[in-house]
Design a protein around this ligand. Structure first.
Ligand code: COA
Length: 325
C-alpha cells in the first residue's frame, strides 16, 4: 500500500442563519430546551441551493488549499443523504461544475458516517495505486427533508458542506479505519418514502413521509456506545490507545452524546465542537469540523486525529490520521 495523506480541506456554510429564537416562532420550543438538550444555538439554511452547489464551493476551497486544479482529480466521491437527484449522482454534478474532466465520480449513502466511509474508500484506492488525487465531499441540504412542524427533529438539523483532497504521500498518514453497520435498526432514523420501498404518492406527501423520522431517545443510547466502540477499535487497529489521541473530531449530532463519548474515552478537552453554530449536518458535520479544527490550529502536524461518526442505517465509522498538513 502506498501512503496517503490529506493535502487540502474546504467548507461551505450557506449564509442564512436560523436561530433557536427563530424556531420559537415556528414550533412549540424554546432556546433553553434546545440548548440544554442538544447544545445547538443556530444552523444554516441553503435557500434554493442543491447539495452539489454547496459541494462545489467547499471543493473549490479544498482544491485551492491543496494547490491542485480540478484537472488533477482522478476521482470524486460525494457522501450525501440529500443528493440533488437519485441519479445522476451528486458527484457527477460536482464533476461537471468543477470541470474535472478526467475524474470518475460516484456517491456514497452512509448518512452521517458518509465522509468517513468516503475517506476510507479514497485512502484504499490511492493506496492500491488506482488513483493519485481524490476529492471526498460531505454535502447536505437537510432543510429540504426536514418537517418544519415537527419540533422533535426540526431543531436538530442544518445545511453545509465540507471537502478534503487526498493524495499519495511519502509517509503514512492514514493509519486505520473501522466502518460498521446494523441495518436491523433502520427504523431509528430514516426517510420512509420516495424510494422503491414506498414510491412517492399524494398520500406520502400528505403524511410527510419524505421527511426525516427519528426515535431520538433510542438513538441517543446506541450512538454513545457505537461511537466509543468505533474510536477504540480504529485506535487499536493503529496500535494506539485513547490516551494517545490528540484531537477527536466527532459527528456533531448532540453535545450530550459527544460529552458522554469524551467521558468514556477519558480524553477531556481533546475534542472539537462546532455544532452550536451548525446543528447536525449529517455527512457534512465531520467534514466541516475537521476543516475548522485545522483552520483554527486545533490540529497540527504530527497529531493523532480521530474522526468518529454514527448515523442512520445504522452506520458508524472511525478513522485514525497522523496529521500531515
Ligand atoms: N422543544 C421542546 N420540547 C421538546 C422538543 C423541542 N424541540 N422536542 C421534544 N420535546 C419534548 C418531548 O415532546 C418530550 O415531552 P414529554 O416529556 O411531555 O413527552 C420531552 O421534550 C422529552 O423528549 P425526549 O425525546 O425524551 O428528549 P431527549 O432528552 O431524548 O432529547 C433529542 C431529544 C432528540 C435531543 C435526543 O434524544 C437526541 O439527541 N437523540 C439523538 C438524536 C441524534 O443523534 N440524531 C442524529 C443521528 S445522526
Amino acid at each position: 500500500m502506498k501512503p496517503v495523506k490529506i493535502v487540502g480541506l474546504g467548507k461551505y456554510l450557506p449564509p442564512k442563519k436560523l436561530t433557536n429564537s427563530d424556531l420559537e416562532k415556528m414550533v412549540d420550543t424554546s432556546d433553553e430546551w434546545i440548548t440544554t438538550r442538544t447544545g445547538i444555538k443556530e444552523r444554516r439554511i441553503a435557500e434554493d441551493m442543491p447539495s452539489s452547489e454547496l459541494a462545489y464551493r467547499a471543493s473549490q476551497q479544498a482544491l485551492k488549499n491543496a494547490g491542485l486544479g480540478a484537472d488533477d482529480l482522478d476521482l470524486i466521491i460525494v457522501a450525501s443523504i440529500t443528493p440533488d437527484n437519485f441519479f445522476p449522482s451528486t458527484a457527477c454534478r460536482l464533476q461537471s461544475l468543477l470541470k474535472a474532466r478526467k475524474a470518475a465520480a460516484f456517491d456514497i449513502s452512509a448518512a452521517c458516517s458518509g465522509f468517513v466511509y468516503g475517506l476510507t474508500c479514497a485512502w484504499q484506492m490511492i493506496g492500491a495505486g488506482l488513483y493519485k488525487n481524490v476529492l471526498v465531499v460531505g454535502s447536505e441540504v437537510l432543510s429540504s427533508v426536514t418537517d418544519w412542524q415537527d419540533r422533535s427533529t426540526c431543531v436538530l438539523f442544518g445545511d453545509g458542506a465540507g471537502a478534503a483532497v487526498l493524495t499519495e504521500a511519502t509517509k503514512k498518514s492514514f493509519l486505520s479505519s473501522h466502518l460498521g453497520a446494523d441495518g436491523s435498526r433502520a427504523a431509528l432514523l430514516n426517510i420512509p418514502a420516495g424510494g422503491s420501498r414506498m414510491p412517492a404518492s399524494q398520500q406520502t406527501v400528505d403524511d410527510k413521509l419524505h421527511c426525516i423520522k427519528m426515535k431520538g431517545n433510542e438513538l441517543f443510547r446506541v450512538a454513545v456506545r457505537v461511537m466509543v466502540d468505533a474510536a477504540k477499535i480504529s485506535l487499536s487497529k493503529a496500535g494506539l490507545k485513547p490516551e494517545d489521541l490528540d484531537m477527536l473530531v466527532p459527528h456533531q449530532a448532540n453535545k450530550r452524546i459527544i460529552d458522554a463519548v469524551v467521558k468514556s474515552l477519558k480524553i477531556k478537552d481533546k475534542v472539537y465542537f462546532n455544532l452550536s453554530r451548525y446543528g447536525n449536518m449529517s455527512s457534512a458535520s465531520c467534514a466541516v469540523a475537521l476543516c475548522e479544527a485545522y483552520q483554527e490550529s486545533k490540529i497540527k502536524k504530527g497529531d493523532i486525529v480521530v474522526l468518529d461518526t454514527f448515523g442512520g442505517g445504522l452506520v458508524w465509522g472511525s478513522c485514525v490520521i497522523k496529521w500531515a498538513l
